[in-house]
Design a protein around this ligand. Structure first.
Ligand code: NI
Length: 263
């Protein structure tokens, strides 16, 4: 079992990181993709602590759409920051990157420029992308499609419709389901979780955010990816053993470096 998206270097885990890692391992989580902000030096320092604490961690880094605005008119500088972060964090993926037209913390044209630049960097480095898209599916798909045939990756914390999932699948992207699928009112997302082809499905926590039922409102942690796993198995009406094997295979197909962790 893997958690394909969490933020273990977040300050929320600084005080009890070892306990959080113990919980994850005890729950059968053998590895996680830890998301880092490329433009956050303090988090990079904590990432070294995380790396030392658990061999099961691999990193992804990128400039989040919420922070894209800081790079208005300086996309070349943002590229340099991203490339340096990819190297220094030994990142195996670029992200999370994308577009957020819900919060609109950054001007949309700047979000698009910074996103497109990062898709190009991922293509050049031959790394997958981890996509954050909120109320921006049209522009997100357009920018990914314009990135060329080598662009591959995952729609993280997918909350769109079946039709929107289909458009991401048309680009051969993976769809990652978060703990939102356990929320009572998330029937539409459980429908998506049942719809996605078995070989395109991933699961994640997005910890410390989005704790699943029955932990809602608490700080989320990678061990609780199990709750999402069980809900997805129920939604798809498949045996948990079979789903577990499939999800592990999918994670390793997208992120082979997670297969090199010690047991
Ligand atoms: Ni995230």
């Amino acid at each position: 079992m893997f958690d394909s998206h969490c933020h273990l270097a977040d300050p929320a885990f600084a005080d009890d990181l070892d306990a959080v890692i113990d919980h994850a391992r005890a729950a059968g989580v053998q590895g996680v993709l830890c998301i880092l902000a490329a433009d956050d030096e303090a988090e990079a320092v904590q990432a070294d602590v995380v790396r030392a604490a658990w061999d099961g961690v691999r990193f992804s880094t990128g400039i989040h759409p919420h922070r894209a605005g800081a790079w208005a008119g300086r996309v070349d500088d943002a590229r340099e920051v991203l490339e340096a972060a990819m190297a220094s964090r030994q990142a195996i993926a670029v992200g999370e990157i994308g577009l957020d037209y819900h919060y609109d913390f950054s001007a949309r044209d700047v979000q698009r420029d910074v996103f497109a630049m990062q898709v190009a960097v991922a293509s050049t480095l031959d790394r997958p992308v981890v996509i954050h898209a909120r109320e921006a599916i049209d522009d997100t798909i357009a920018i990914l499609a314009a990135g060329g045939p080598h662009v591959r990756g995952v729609m993280h914390c997918f909350t769109g419709t079946v039709d929107e999932a289909r458009r991401a699948l048309d680009l051969d992207f993976y769809i990652s389901i978060s703990g939102i699928a356990t929320f009572p009112r998330a029937a539409a997302l459980r429908e998506v979780a049942a719809f996605v082809p078995a070989d395109r499905l991933l699961i994640e926590t997005d910890a410390p955010y989005l704790a699943p039922v029955p932990y809602r409102g608490q700080r989320n942690e990678p061990a609780w990816v199990l709750e999402t796993f069980r809900m997805v198995a129920a939604a798809r009406q498949v045996a948990e053993d079979d789903l577990g094997r499939q999800l592990a295979a999918n994670t390793l197909a997208l992120l082979p470096a997670l297969g090199t962790v010690a047991r």
